[in-house]
Design a protein around this ligand. Sequence first.
Ligand code: GAR
Length: 213
Amino acid sequence: MSYAIAVLLSGSGSNLQALIDAQHEGNLGHTQICLVVSDQAEAYGLQRALVHQIPSAYLPLRHTRQREQRRAMRAAWEQRLATLVQTFTPDLVILAGFMRILSPLFLEQFPERVINQHPALLPDDGGASYTTSSGLCIPTLRGAHVVSDALAQQLPVTGCTIHRVTPRVDDGPVLARTEVPILPHDNVETLHERIKLEERRMIVEVVNQLSQW
Ligand code: GAR
């Protein structure tokens, strides 16, 4: 029986590509990518899905200036997203560079089945600091700009985490984590690319682990 994964993304989709490549190389067991969804029309991840004939969809979140309408529009978008994803009955939903926060409205429809890639180190206890393998205590970085935050705070080390998604943003049980040293001449691009090298390896490992349970 195959293990179905849905991938939600907003950008380049190099992690999606790592999953596609692993599947083609026979390194993803019986896992199938059943659906790719993007909230951004120009996300290159959508092109990657189309090239490999993976069902894919663009589901934009429309903006409004009217406050009262904003909540309702967002809830309607999340429900549309959930309905679309449910149609493909995935065993796992992967947020692979998906730059939207999903509320309980979505999460409760996929209990224990949503995981997120975060380009920084998250602690096991959900706290405000993380202790590295060398015993250094660094602040936990959460939000959408954690690679530049790591540089701005002049940390010697950052990394990446894959965790189960809960309603608390960038929190939830950790499934995998890797530390990445920050080099003297790193900028956001060079550092993020080294982090992504680890993320691509980790996402394949985590999917293989989860699909075997
Ligand atoms: C990854 O670094 C992932 O951790 C990050 O976006 C990148 C996606 O790369 N996710 C977030 O920042 C979520 N807040 P990709 O599009 O090349 O797979």
